[in-house]
Design a protein around this ligand. Structure first.
Ligand code: MN
Length: 205
């Protein structure tokens, strides 16, 4: 596979960058607790083999172009495990992300033959690309991201469009697209419940 073209931006996405009708999104933080672990990087891709990395924590969270993109009803935001990213983006950027697609939710509804719904597993099975998770735990607040960090951060968004295509076909085949859409629509509320301290399944007995 050809090396991805990676653009690194500080503080916000340049106004000149656009993604069309859908954008793959991921974020890197200092840990797994949104209230404690700040948002450091937001990665974006149009699904064209290139990625934009926006470094945020150095200069704060005044990122009007990025916020406008997240809230734009005409641009579908494709995540893997949107629940976490949407909560972090709401907490740090103060914006409600919409509309949302989540490849992990889609996988759980479509790939009932397995319990392996991680991005690495999905990308391997459905796209035939092996992702490295080596840089997952690294200092994302560093002023300069290493080449390895940049490549890792980009790899998390480069394949989400293809994954969505494959998963949509499976959801259609199994007649579960309406369930997936309803679950995607609930993700914004699910993220808000997490931020409000309701991490458990409130539908459970
Ligand atoms: Mn990631």
């Amino acid at each position: 596979m050809a090396a991805a073209k990676i653009h690194v931006h500080e503080g916000d996405l340049p106004a000149s960058v656009s993604f069309g009708s859908s954008v793959a999104v991921d974020s890197e933080t200092l840990g797994l607790k949104p209230h404690r672990d700040r948002l450091c990087v937001v990665q974006l891709s149009a699904g064209d083999g290139s990625a934009h990395l926006v470094q945020l924590s150095q200069t704060g969270y005044d990122a009007p172009n990025l916020k406008a993109l997240m809230a734009d009803p005409g641009v579908l935001k494709i995540f893997h495990y949107a629940r976490f990213d949407v909560a972090v983006i709401k907490h740090y950027l103060g914006v409600d992300t919409q509309p949302i697609y989540c490849t992990k939710i889609a996988s759980k509804l479509a790939r009932t033959y397995t319990d392996r719904h991680g991005l690495k597993d999905l990308t391997s099975e459905l796209v035939g690309v092996e992702l490295s998770k080596q840089q997952q735990s690294s200092d994302w607040a560093a002023a300069r991201l290493s080449q390895q960090q940049q490549a890792y951060a980009a790899s998390d968004v480069l394949h989400l469009h293809k994954l969505k295509d494959r998963l949509d076909a499976m959801l259609e085949r199994e007649g579960r697209m309406h369930l997936a859409q309803a679950a995607f629509d609930f993700l914004r509320t699910r993220a808000s419940l997490d931020l409000a301290g309701f991490e458990d399944d409130i539908f459970a007995h």
